[in-house]
Every structure is written in C-alpha cells, then in structure tokens.
Design a protein around this ligand. Structure first.
Ligand code: KIV
Ligand code: NA
Length: 275
C-alpha cells in the first residue's frame, strides 16, 4: 500500500500519482486490481451513485456506508474519504467527532476537506489528532451556491494569487496533499512548484503531481455529458445497455434460460400433480 511518505517521495521523484474515485466494493476492487496509487471515496457519490444534483445532500452516514464498502474492496490501497457538506463547520467538537467516526469506521488512510480560511484550523486539528488530511482548492463543489456555479477558478491575477496563498496555507496547516479542481493549467503548475506536498489535479492540467478522475466519468457509466477535462476510456453505458437489452429480449423470446442454465432431475423423482 502507498503511504503518505511514499506519495511524498513520488512528488520528489516526479513520478505521477494516480487517483480514481470509487464508491462501493466492485469499483474499489477493480480499481485496486488495475494498479491505482490511491482511491478517493468522493462525495461526488451524491451525484454519480445516489442521483442528487449536487454533493450537498450527502450525509456522514452515506460516506461511512460507502467508505466501508470501498475499503473492503481495496484493503491494500491508500483510501481517502471526503468529509461531507457541513460536517466540519459547526463546531470544533462536532468536526472532531465526525472525523473520528469517518476515519475509524471506514478504515481510511486520510480524509479530505474543501477550502481554506476557517478550514485551515480544522486541517491543523485533524492532523494533530492523527488523521492525515488532503486539502481541496479551486472549484469546491460543497460551496457551489456561494461561488455561483461549477466554473473554472483563479482566472484573474487577484484570484490566482489568492489561490497560491491558500495552497501554501493548506500545506502549512499540515495537509499531506492538495486536490486542485478546475484551475487553469499555468496556475496549477505554479501551485505545484510552490508547495512541497503533492498536488492532485482534476481539470487542472498536466503539471500537477497527480491526476484524479471520477470512476463513472472514466468509464462513461450512468453519465451522459462529460466536462471538457474528462477523457473517457470506455463506454460502460453502451455495454450495460446492450447487455441488459439482450437479456430482456432473450427472456421474451424464450431463448434464456437455455439447457446450459437449468438444473435437471431424475424423471422418477418428479411428483405427479394428478395422482
Ligand atoms: O468528490 C469527488 O469526486 C472529488 C474529486 C472530484 C476530487 O472531490
Ligand atoms: Na468531493
């Protein structure tokens, strides 16, 4: 299993870090068997698995339930679990309690939280308590209603400088890595050079120390429109639909089940319904 130290070494050796999201046992198992360095149980599960239109409805119970399943499928992979909306904002006590539950119950290797500002204290407190933290800057979906939509961040000098400063603060607060979402490639490059912890980009260009994509996006599984920064490597939608359609047709046409799919019994053991 990768460790915090190994991931840090990868940055220093300029070896790219791979991360994929997973939400359940099979997606985690397949990801581990495919050789990813790290898995993120993202709160994107709200959208790609639970059918919500944002990450905001996702609860602690959802993250624990899915995080446990992922860890069962990928017990030999470094797993990061997202703390969900408002689970780290109400009070220090509540934040620590939530983080403890999420970390202990899932068996994750780290937790991820979005933002800087007041969240910097939280990064420090969790790290101090023994929970490795991954930061998340740029487009932070839990604050989508404040930032005014899912759009690229840090496009002008003022915002770009603020993002660079915040990245440094996240590092100084003790984060072990930083996810950069939807920032222009040159800015993500600057941040990656400016901080000593690994940056993991999504829609942030090729100069980040690692890349993360959503499982369902990579496979085109249950999603129709993909953002520009996603490259699909398969088409699960087509494969699932053609397989399921064929199953339905074969049942209707009495092609399935056929001889290979049924259990036989000896003729004399078959009871007669009519005496
Ligand atoms: O929830 C998620 O999938 C994420 C990634 C997009 C980084 O936070
Ligand atoms: Na997330």
């Amino acid at each position: 299993m990768k460790t915090r130290a190994k991931l840090q070494k990868m940055k220093e050796n300029k070896e790219k870090i791979t991360m994929i999201t997973a939400y359940d046992y099979p997606s985690a198992k397949l990801s581990q068997e495919s050789g990813v360095d790290t898995i993120l149980v993202g709160d994107s599960l709200g959208m790609v698995v639970l059918g919500y239109d944002s990450t905001i409805p996702v609860t602690m119970e959802d993250m624990i339930h899915h995080g446990k399943a992922v860890k069962r499928g990928a017990d030999d992979t470094f797993v990061v679990v997202d703390m969900p909306f408002m689970s780290y904002h109400i009070s220090k006590e509540e934040t620590l309690k939530n983080a403890q539950r999420l970390f202990q119950k899932t068996g994750a290797q780290a937790l991820k939280i979005e933002g800087a500002g007041e969240v910097l204290n939280t990064i420090e407190q969790l790290t101090h308590a023994g929970i490795p933290v991954v930061g998340h800057l740029g487009l932070t979906p839990q604050t989508v209603n404040v930032i005014g939509g899912y759009r690229i961040q840090g496009k002008n000098k003022k915002d770009a400088e603020e993002l660079i400063e915040n990245a440094k603060k996240v590092e100084e607060a003790g984060a072990m890595a930083l996810v950069l979402e939807c920032v222009p490639e040159p800015l993500a490059r600057l941040i990656t050079e400016h901080v000593s912890i690994p940056t993991i980009g999504i829609g942030a260009g090729k100069f980040c120390d690692g890349q993360v994509l959503v499982f369902h996006d990579i496979l085109k599984y249950g999603v129709d429109r993909l953002p520009k920064f996603v490259k699909p490597y398969g088409n699960a939608n087509d494969w699932f639909q053609s397989s399921i359609t064929q199953y339905v047709n074969e049942v209707k046409d009495e092609v399935f089940p056929s001889k290979e799919n049924v259990y036989e019994m000896d003729e004399e053991e078959i009871p007669s319904l009519y005496g």
